[in-house]
Design a protein. Structure first.
Length: 101
């Protein structure tokens, strides 16, 4: 844990010292490193027999969780949209009546 904190602090210090430099290449480097990390994670998962054997069960659970969270988010967003637009309609109708409530 201390290593992680020290690496972060070194990165923050380096960023602070180089804050006036144009570093547009950093985004491409980060993207490439994320791809490498995902590839290595795939190798690790593929080489673990217990994960590969349980992939069907894990996949089904992942689909159920994904669909449930997506549908729940959509329903909540729709309900919030209805609530906000209803409040705006009420406010608009009060303003059109000359401020009488």
């Amino acid at each position: 844990m201390l290593k992680i904190v020290m690496i972060m602090l070194c990165g923050i210090g380096t960023g602070y010292l180089l804050r006036n430099q144009k570093m547009s290449f950093i985004g491409r480097i980060i993207t490439a490193l994320i791809w490498v990390l995902l590839f290595l994670l795939g190798i690790e998962v593929g080489s673990n027999p217990s994960i590969v054997n349980g992939l069907q069960t894990l996949g089904l659970e992942a689909i159920v969780l994904t669909l449930g969270s997506s549908i729940g988010s959509a329903i909540f967003a729709w309900a919030l949209w209805r609530y906000v637009t209803a409040k705006q309609k009420d406010k608009t109708s009060v303003e059109q009546e000359g401020g009488k409530a």
